[in-house]
Design a protein around this ligand. Structure first.
Ligand SMILES: [Zn+2]
Length: 333
C-alpha cells in the first residue's frame, strides 16, 4: 500500500472548518447611514455601485430592487445582525472589517472631492464589541489632511485595538506618497500591518491611476519590515504585477477579494489555473475575502465554489482562513 492518501481522503473527507473572511465593509447599515459620508451613495442614486447593490436589495426583501432610491429611509434593513446571519449561513467564524477614511481628487460636479468615511469608533462599538469573537477591523488612514493627521489616524486604529490600517488609494492618492511615510513608520513602531487597495474601483471620483500595484512595490521597497496586504491583487489594472509583488517581497501578501462577482471577470478569482498558481507559488501568503455586503447575494456560493475546487485541502484551509488568522495573530473564542 502506498503511503499517499487515496482520492477519497484527499478530496472528499471534509473536515469541519470555519472560514475567516479577511475583507468586509461596514458603514452601509441603515441606522445612521446619512452620518457616514459616502455610504448613502452605495444604495442611492443611479450609479454603477448602486446598480450593483440592487442584487443585495433583492436578497434582503426589497420587492422592487431595480427602482432607483434616493433617501436614507428607502435603504434596505442592513445591520450588523445581517452580517452575522450571512456569516453563519456560510460557516464564517469572523470577518475583518474595513474602516475607511478618504477624500477623492476634485472632479466636475464635486470640487471638494467625494468623501468616504466609516469611523473606527463606530465599527468597534457596533460590530466588534457587540459581537465578541466575530469581527476585527483595520483603521482608515489617508494623507489628504497632512502627515501628522495621517499619523493620528494610525494611533486611533491602535487605540481601538485593531491589528492594522487600510489605505484606499482610489480616494486618497498614490500609496507611495511621502506624506504617508510617517504613518507607515508609526505602523511599524506600533506593530500594525498596512492594507493597500489595488485594482479598479467604481466609486464616485475615484481615479484608476492610483490603484496600480506597481506603487505598492514602491512601499514594500522602502519598508521591507512592514507587513503589507495588497487588497484585490490588482484586479483589472494589473493582476500579474500584483502576483509578482507577492513573489518578490517577503513582507507582502495578497487576497483574492472580488468586489462584484457579476461585474468583474471571474478569471483571476475562481479560475482553477489561477488558484493552482496561488497554491504553487504563494500558499502561505494569500487570503480569502469577499467585500461583503457587495457580494451578499453570492456569499455562501463563493465559499462553496472554492471549497469544491480540486485543490489540496491543506491549501484550501490556508486560503480560506488559517493564513489570515496567522497574519493577524487571531485567537478564536
Ligand atoms: Zn473592499
Amino acid at each position: 500500500m502506498s503511503e499517499e492518501k487515496g482520492t477519497i481522503e484527499k478530496m472528499l473527507v471534509v473536515k469541519p472548518f470555519k472560514v475567516f473572511d479577511s475583507h468586509g465593509h461596514p458603514g452601509l447599515e441603515k441606522k445612521g447611514i446619512a452620518d457616514r459620508p459616502g455610504c448613502l451613495d452605495f444604495w442611492c442614486g443611479d450609479s454603477v455601485v448602486s446598480r450593483s447593490m440592487m442584487g443585495a436589495r433583492a436578497f434582503m426583501g426589497d420587492p422592487n430592487p431595480f427602482k432607483v432610491i434616493t433617501k436614507p429611509e428607502e435603504c434596505p434593513e442592513m445591520s450588523p445582525e445581517v452580517f452575522i446571519q450571512y456569516m453563519d449561513m456560510a460557516g464564517v467564524e469572523a470577518m475583518c472589517l474595513q474602516c475607511i477614511h478618504g477624500v477623492t481628487d476634485p472632479y466636475p460636479g464635486n470640487p471638494k472631492g467625494w468623501k468616504w468615511y466609516v469611523p473606527n469608533e463606530y465599527v468597534k462599538k457596533d460590530f466588534i464589541d457587540a459581537f465578541p469573537g466575530r469581527f476585527t477591523a483595520v483603521g482608515g488612514v489617508h494623507p489628504r489632511y497632512g502627515k501628522q493627521a495621517a499619523v493620528e489616524m494610525v494611533i486611533s486604529a491602535k487605540e481601538c485595538g485593531f491589528p492594522g490600517i487600510k489605505v484606499h488609494p482610489p480616494t486618497s492618492g498614490y500609496p507611495n506618497n511621502p506624506d504617508l511615510y510617517p504613518a507607515y513608520e508609526k505602523c511599524q513602531e506600533l506593530g500594525l500591518h498596512v492594507q493597500i487597495h489595488t485594482g479598479v474601483e467604481e466609486l464616485p471620483g475615484t481615479r484608476a491611476k492610483y490603484q496600480h500595484p506597481v506603487y505598492v512595490d514602491d512601499v514594500a521597497m522602502d519598508f521591507p519590515k512592514l507587513k503589507i496586504l495588497q487588497l484585490h491583487c490588482g484586479v483589472f489594472n494589473n493582476p500579474m504585477m500584483g502576483l509578482w509583488n507577492v513573489m518578490k517581497h517577503d513582507n507582502l501578501y495578497t487576497d483574492i477579494t472580488i468586489p462584484h462577482p457579476t461585474l468583474m471577470q471571474f478569471k483571476y478569482y475562481w479560475d482553477l489555473d489561477h488558484m493552482r498558481f496561488l497554491e504553487f507559488f504563494m500558499p502561505d501568503k494569500v487570503f480569502y475575502g469577499t467585500d461583503f455586503p457587495l457580494t451578499l447575494p453570492v456569499y455562501r456560493a463563493m465559499v462553496d465554489n472554492i471549497m469544491n475546487l480540486p485543490l489540496s485541502m491543506d491549501f484550501k484551509h490556508k486560503l480560506m482562513g488559517n493564513n489570515f488568522r496567522k497574519f493577524i495573530n487571531w485567537k478564536s473564542k
